[in-house]
Design a protein around this ligand. Sequence first.
Ligand code: COA
Length: 445
Amino acid sequence: MTAVGIDAIEIWTGKLKLDLAETFAPEKGEDPEKYTKGLGLHASSFPDAHEDIVTMGANAAHRLMDRKGLTPDDIGRIDVATESAFDNSKPVSTYIAGCLEQVYDEDFHHANKGERKFACIAGTQSLDDAYNWIKAGRNRGRSALVVATDTALYARGDPGEATQGAGAVAMLISEDPNLVEMSAEQGYGSADETDFLKPNQQFPSVDGKRSMQVYLARMREALEDYESVAGASHPEDFAYVPFHTPFPGMVRKAAVLAYRHMIRGTPIEEELAEEIGFQPREEDFEDREEYEEAIRDYMDELSSTDDYREWYDATIEPTLSISREVGNWYTGSVHIARAAALKQAAEEGRDLAGRKLGVGSYGSGAQAEIHAETVQEGWKDEIEALNIDEQNAARYDLSFDEYENVHDRHNHDKTIEMEDFTVPDGEFVFTGTGRMNERLYDYVE
Ligand code: COA
């Protein structure tokens, strides 16, 4: 069977930065540690005046195609995953293809283009669509371009304002990939939930605390479903476990839940029982609430054990390093978590080829999906080509007043002029709107 998976990836961050501890927290009258320790976030990325979901996605895709020496004829489909689209009919992928056609001689007229929507999980769903298209033999030797691009803005004053972000991840899905092969086995946890939604409005209606509960409940369901096809998982199965990362604090909660699930009935649970007892079993409780309280207590104790801490530091912490600096990228979040982990492995000189990743994606509304990926021989060269650290360091550091202007500039209900903070250089830029209210873009040399 031919291996299918992610051949290469490129990341593009919004070119502005809001420092949460230094700039945001003092204005809100809050302790900076709520951000750095509680949520686990240092900064959020924002788009400059000339940036939006199209420019960020096109810039990531252009860099990826250039690096891989690809032309439009090599691409058979372009899928964009986003929850920040500005058009209910024309997909963002057509705009991105239009941008790319400005810089290539060929066009994408024979590529299938679409847009995927299911909150933050749409990026992973687009990977699935590409995987299935190739496995079905419909790709004619061509690859798929998947672009996850979002400007994650919340209404001013909403608690979600602390977890904003903007950026794009472009991924090339191919046969015999260089980075990771995706597993055929998948698990889903999906239910009709009202935790985060945007009913024809730009900024989300969000019940933040509820969304955290729903994330955990759906993720647990997805893990059970995954195990029903792939067999029981063990903490040592995976070199890294990248989760959807709206903010690192959310992943801390998901990780302890996953670890508890994976060690149940194993020698690890038995060993730990001397220190913290066995896991509460539902059948030992008459009342569901009592059981849930006992589980919470067990997980609190579990998260302080050496076994757990060692697993967390090795398997989860490395997935958070990019997210911590850029905030929530919605559809791109789980994909920057994978990149962050592989980046750290490359920096540490680890040999990961053949090792597995357990990837946990989530989208509000709500659905979680878990699949495994096998790291391929060419992974290191692909990951070493990323320049996200340089991009992050080059971002313009906003004052609070400037942040307020940037938020207004990207608010669809406001029309404000704002000078660029950065100078475009070899990138696509937004130039205004046309006669049918379409958005217009140019490539700046
Ligand atoms: N030092 C250390 N930790 C601190 C702290 C301090 N000074 N102040 C607060 N914290 C901790 C809190 O205890 C909490 O951690 P916990 O959940 O482990 O208890 C965390 O920081 C966040 O503080 P909290 O008061 O709960 O923040 P909030 O009420 O402003 O809301 C969210 C946080 C996540 C609910 C909010 O940002 C949100 O709605 N985000 C968007 C929705 C989202 O991303 N959902 C995730 C699922 S997709």
